[in-house]
Design a protein around this ligand. Structure first.
Ligand code: HEC
Length: 159
């Protein structure tokens, strides 16, 4: 206990250091520029995600999964009725081990393993946009933005 108390005290002193001469610096003025501007560039709604995701999919995923998600060198990702995004990994899967119950499971796999030459190379928001685009292409439209807080509610296969 005693040691903990001393450590805490020391950190308080460190935190307060610097203002010792009495002339405290003026409070930092908030900078209105870059942060909101870049935040605004991120899609805010499901349709905006679909639009952003369409372009990203074309750039980063279509070369293997097909322009229409029909699957060329890699499994199809559009056409749930034709076996896209199956619950269990296809027998040929090298990387995928997890089941796809919900969109959250697909996201988890895609972030970890796609694209194969650079997994995780996209921003998290970009993966969500691509997934929104893919859901839309599969006839699933959400009334809200798709993200980590609600992807589990998008059920692809009942448990
Ligand atoms: C270089 C080719 C290539 C690119 C580019 C690529 N993928 Fe894949 N993808 C694959 C292969 C191969 C598999 C099969 C994985 C396995 O064997 O486990 C796969 C599997 C998948 C699956 C699971 C499909 C299933 O039925 O199991 C999803 C979802 C997926 N990719 C999404 C994406 C997304 C999103 C992108 C773009 C960010 C992308 N992929 C880019 C080759 C690619």
């Amino acid at each position: 206990m005693r040691i903990v108390a001393i450590v805490c005290l020391a950190s308080v002193v460190v935190a307060c250091g610097g203002g010792g001469d009495g002339a405290s610096p003026p409070p930092a003025t908030p900078t209105p520029g870059p942060a909101p501007a870049s935040a605004a560039a991120e899609p805010q709604t499901f349709p905006e995600q679909v639009a952003a995701g369409q372009k990203l999919y074309g750039d980063k995923c279509a070369s293997c999964h097909g322009a229409g998600g029909e699957g060329t060198r890699a499994p199809r990702v559009v056409g749930l009725d034709k076996g896209a995004l199956p619950l269990d990994p296809p027998a040929s899967s090298k990387y995928r081990k997890n089941q796809f119950h919900t969109a959250a499971d697909v996201a988890e796999f895609a972030v970890k393993a796609m694209p194969p030459m650079a997994p995780g190379s996209l921003k998290e928001s970009e993966y969500w946009s691509i997934l929104a685009f893919d859901l839309h292409a599969n006839g699933v439209d959400l009334p809200h933005k798709l993200d980590a807080s609600n992807a589990k509610e998008v059920v692809l296969h009942k448990p």
